[in-house]
Design a protein around this ligand. Structure first.
Ligand code: DX5
Ligand code: ZN
Length: 226
């Protein structure tokens, strides 16, 4: 049986950090044992909000060796992916809702030399990624409607996680994003998630404590599941 702890990954989302002190926020989660950094890119079209863009990713990349997990909540992800790859993103996730030819999108992003993820909104069925899931490194099931941090976990997304989990190989990450706290993380992990994005529950208090509590709750749920 694989080590139940080994494949839990905690991905703090910088969206909830103090943007005037990003360097400190990154150092704090690095020290606290974060597995990767989650960067939320919003365009004001696909989601009703704006966030950071390429120059911030570039600066973040210069100040950390953490793996940069870049979540593009934008239209035309293939058009902008090269700029994010050059800026230092290690993985680029696009939303299935905005591409007509997802397999081509995966190939175009992979050809940039980065890992590739595909994301689904809460209202998008699991079937929408069938045939694509085998090509990607990560599937991101949104557990809130994207656009804003600090929302409540939508438990109705768990059956979708359960449908997707058995279709993925052990090296592929099944990520959840939105409303992940020590209270909700267990449900996502029991459903099959192994990569846990957390903004408010990491940067809303002491990041060290926040990450430790998330990891403990996730590992406990993982043991239940095995
Ligand atoms: C929401 C973003 C999330 C967000 C999560 O659109 O994709 O990554 O930062 O924030 P919390 O953990 O506060 O729900
Ligand atoms: Zn995100």
């Amino acid at each position: 049986m694989p080590d139940a702890n080994a494949n839990i990954r905690i991905a703090p989302s910088l969206l909830a950090a103090d943007f005037a002190r990003l360097g400190d926020a990154i150092a704090a989660v690095e020290q606290a044992g974060a597995d990767q950094l989650h960067l939320d890119i919003m365009d004001g079209h696909f989601v009703p909000n704006l966030s950071i863009g390429v120059p911030v990713v570039e600066s973040v990349s210069r100040c950390t060796d953490l793996f940069l997990d870049t979540h593009l909540m934008i239209e035309e992800p293939v058009r902008y992916a090269p700029a994010f790859a050059s800026a230092g993103s290690d993985l680029i996730t696009f939303h299935i809702e905005v591409v007509d030819h997802p397999r081509d999108a995966v190939k175009a992003i992979r050809d940039l030399g980065v890992k590739v993820g595909v994301a689904l909104n809460p209202g998008t069925p699991a079937e929408s990624i069938f045939g694509v899931e085998e090509l990607v490194d990560l599937v991101l099931v949104m557990t809130v409607w994207p656009g804003f941090g600090g929302q409540s976990f939508i438990a109705d997304t768990c059956p979708k996680i359960e449908l997707i989990a058995p279709r993925l190989a052990p090296h592929q990450w099944l990520e959840v994003d939105g409303g992940i706290t020590p209270k909700t993380v267990g449900r996502a992990v029991e459903a099959g998630a192994n990569t846990l994005v957390a903004g408010s529950s990491v940067f809303g208090g002491d990041p060290q404590e926040g990450i430790a509590q998330l990891r403990d709750a996730a590992i406990a749920a993982r043991r239940e599941r095995h």
